[in-house]
Design a protein around this ligand. Structure first.
Ligand code: FES
Ligand SMILES: [Fe+2]
Length: 410
């Protein structure tokens, strides 16, 4: 078992053909013609082109992505196994949206709200501010704001009390002072997803990920035990890292050790239902046989790397236009046999260390690519139809979700 978790990082970076100088680095709208004219002159009809570089560094683009991608898609947020007791919460800041999940002591149900008080925007549950707002699990018996102690109903977020406020809100005034509720669904009885925007016709994640469910349930999810969480700051746009994950083209160049364990030339990405991508690469070690595994990237920012003996979650969390947190959770399959468990734990930790080595290699290349995207030199090249089809799927989704904005997307 020498590949546990390492597949999670079989990612890639596109080469950067520095052919043209492109001054158009700031917010580009469709009406801007200079760069689009030059980009069409040499287009190869049969190949897709990567996204223009300003999409990776313009603050206005990031704001549009927050509203049109992160607020509108089902987003992974955390795990059910950490929210078993009444009053348990998970607080996380997702692309700048502070939100929390709470197990209501009144109903034993999970509820989700924006972590923003209606009084003067204080947080209702603590925010992991020292760690960029990444996942923070805890327990709180009441939904009481951290700032001036306004109290909210844990069933529906209604305002219940405003201590020492010197004014008693009437019931219709209270209505617009409720916490803002968020949609929540649990996938595969474990993975919690939220959707921030109220929409009339929202597809359930079970509809969207229906094919994936059987593949995931082929693994013994209930037997895995969490053993480590880590956060890594990567100084690049979130898409730079996600695209790197979405291809195995770079493995030969960037991950020499990983390349010794998998046949990277046969790396295969299969895009499914326009929602997720399944990654596959045969092992180089034929004697060990092919361990069952599932590497999956769920648009826009989640990767799950499942093996029979453990799994890892990679949560790609943007914290600005050019900074991204890579948040890891590592799990090992548990057993009552103590000596077997200690062997599994040792293997899992070893695999985690290899994963982190691969992460460092990815961090280095992604940050260099980001610098080059920012340099004003790069003009989009081309995507390999076989090796970068995962990137193409990802970028098509981005284009589709931003197409009603005024952004130039080609
Ligand atoms: S901001 Fe919440 S009580 Fe004041
Ligand atoms: Fe990689």
């Amino acid at each position: 078992m020498n590949r546990l978790f390492t597949g999670s990082f079989t990612n890639v970076i596109k080469r950067i053909p520095a052919l043209y100088f492109n001054k158009q680095k700031s917010f580009v709208r469709k009406s801007t013609t200079a760069s689009s004219i030059s980009s069409n002159i040499d287009s190869v009809k049969d190949l897709s082109r990567p996204l223009p570089p300003y999409l990776y560094n313009d603050p206005s683009v990031y704001q549009l992505e927050r509203e049109n991608i992160f607020a509108k898609n089902w987003m992974y947020i955390g795990r059910l196994d950490r929210l078993k007791k009444l009053g348990d919460y998970l607080s996380i800041t997702l692309a700048g949206y502070p939100i929390f999940i709470y197990r209501s002591p009144l109903t034993n149900e999970l509820v989700a709200f924006h972590n923003v008080c209606s009084h003067r925007a204080g947080p209702i549950v603590p925010i992991n501010s020292n760690n960029y707002g990444t996942a923070l699990y805890g327990n709180q018996s009441l939904l009481k704001c951290q700032y001036h102690a306004w109290l909210f109903d844990s069933r529906d977020g209604a305002l219940k009390a405003t201590p020492n406020f010197s004014y008693k809100f009437k019931s219709d005034e209270k209505k617009c002072l409720s916490l803002k509720k968020i949609n929540i669904e649990i996938f595969a009885e474990q993975f919690i997803f939220v959707n921030l925007i109220e929409m009339k016709e929202k597809s359930s994640i079970y509809t969207l990920f229906s094919d994936l469910l059987n593949d995931i349930l082929a693994f013994p999810l209930n037997e895995y035990r969490h053993f480590e969480s880590q956060c890594h700051l990567i100084n690049c746009n979130w898409k730079t890292y996600a695209e790197n994950y979405q291809e195995g083209y770079h493995i030969q160049s960037i991950h020499p050790l990983l390349n010794k364990t998998i046949q990277s030339k046969q790396y295969l990405v299969t895009n499914k239902n326009n929602i997720y991508s399944v990654h596959y690469a045969p092992s180089r070690n034929h004697e060990s046989g092919q361990e069952k595994f599932l590497w999956v990237f769920i648009y826009p920012n989640l990767a799950i790397n499942l093996y029979e003996q453990g799994y890892s979650i990679e949560h790609i969390l943007p914290i600005g236009k050019d900074r991204t947190i890579l948040s890891y959770d590592f799990f090992v399959r548990s057993t009552d046999d103590e000596s077997q468990m200690s062997d599994r734990m040792a293997e899992a930790k070893e695999a985690m260390i290899r994963t982190l080595e691969v992460t460092n290699e990815d961090k280095m290349i992604c940050e260099q690519v980001q610098n080059n995207l920012d340099a004003g030199i790069y003009k989009p090249g081309y995507l390999s139809p076989s090796m970068e089809n995962g990137v193409q799927f990802f970028q098509n989704r981005i284009r589709n979700e931003l197409k009603h904005t005024n952004l130039q997307l080609e």
